[in-house]
Design a protein around this ligand. Structure first.
Ligand code: BTN
Length: 331
């Protein structure tokens, strides 16, 4: 179930976190107070937003809400990214920003389209997992880009995209961001952001990619119940102040656009050194999981093609698939 346009308007009116009387809301939306009350009930149930109701004061969104706007995001883009981006589309709700752009790509849309959403009803993670995507919190952002390269030449892009997200987070003041191969973004060994890259095109090129990132900005424990690994949100990281959703989304997008251009010209090489700056796990014993199978070894960082290097019984081997397991953080 999703919010209808009236409910979305009501959420925008309450987004400032201040109290609004039922009477005033009813006047603004041209409906009765009891209709307002009913819509707020749906908003609570469907979105999980906490709406305070206080007699004599009215209603407010307990934590306030910074809704995404193309203007707020666009304000973070460099002139070069602005020129290269064709469109920035913000959906109130969609199944998945990646799926939407993959469908656009399949029907011939040009590269340079960014898609964001306030909520995903079918957010997708790697390895067929779901990506928990409640309304108005977190960032769900995807970018469609077209290349002359063959799809097989795009394998290193996921490494480059991880670097871009880690740099954007560091840029807004998050200290201690780490990358776990190939592109999980962690803070204190808990997952803060994840990337899903989907590629299509002709075997010998041209090709396209949809690079999607989900960043946990604010996630309640109830909303996070379905997450099967240690996680963290930006709201729990000390030292971050003020509205950050538009700023962070814009800065990630800006870096994504720049990296697509750079990768198209030079490949993965320019990103390897930056990846290492965020690699906190070198020398640790890790598992590499392939579905039901797993192997373990000492993690030795990444190879120039972006694959993972492991030392197993004295031999160094590289792998380009699998999921890395590291030790859990202390509870
Ligand atoms: C992972 O770590 O498993 C990858 C998570 C990727 C989530 C993002 S949210 C925006 C985009 N749309 C999706 O459906 N998935 C990606």
């Amino acid at each position: 179930m999703s919010l209808n346009s009236t409910q979305l308007k009501l959420v925008s009116l309450l987004a400032d976190g201040c109290f609004h009387s039922g009477e005033r809301l009813a006047q603004t939306l041209d409906m009765s107070r009891s209709a307002i009350w009913k819509h707020l009930k749906v908003i609570r149930e469907v979105s999980g937003l906490v709406v305070d109701s206080v007699r004599g004061k009215g209603y407010r969104l307990a934590d306030g809400l910074e809704l995404l706007t193309p203007h707020g995001i666009g304000g973070q883009l460099s002139p070069a990214s602005n020129r290269r981006l064709r469109d920035v589309v913000v959906h109130q709700e969609i199944d998945s920003t990646n799926s939407w752009l993959m469908a656009q790509a399949a029907s011939g849309a040009p590269g340079g389209i960014a898609c964001l959403a306030e909520r995903q009803s079918g957010g997708r993670g790697r390895h067929g997992r779901q990506w928990i995507s409640p309304f108005g919190s977190n960032i769900y952002l995807s970018l469609l880009w077209r290349f002359e390269l063959a799809p097989t030449q795009l394998t290193g892009l996921s490494i480059a995209c991880g670097v871009a997200v880690a740099q954007a987070l560091a840029g807004i003041g998050v200290r201690g961001v780490a990358l776990k191969w190939p592109n999980d973004v962690l803070w204190q060994r808990r997952k803060l952001a994840g990337l899903l890259l989907e590629v299509g095109g002709e075997a010998g090129g041209p090709s396209y990619v949809v690079a999607g990132v989900g960043i946990n900005t604010r996630l309640s424990h109830t909303q996070a119940q379905g997450i099967d690994q240690p996680w963290v949100d930006l709201a729990s990281i000390p030292g971050l102040q003020g509205p950050i959703r538009n700023r962070l989304a814009g800065q990630v997008l800006d870096r994504f656009v720049a990296l697509m251009v750079q990768y198209g010209e030079y490949g993965l090489e320019p990103f390897l050194e930056s990846w290492q700056q965020f690699d906190h796990f070198a020398g640790e014993q890790v598992q590499l999981n392939f579905g039901a199978n797993r192997l373990s070894g000492k993690y030795l960082g990444i190879a120039p093609d972006g694959s993972i290097r492991l030392e197993e019984e004295g031999e160094i081997r590289t792998y380009n698939s699998g999921e890395v397991g590291i030790c859990r953080p202390p509870e």
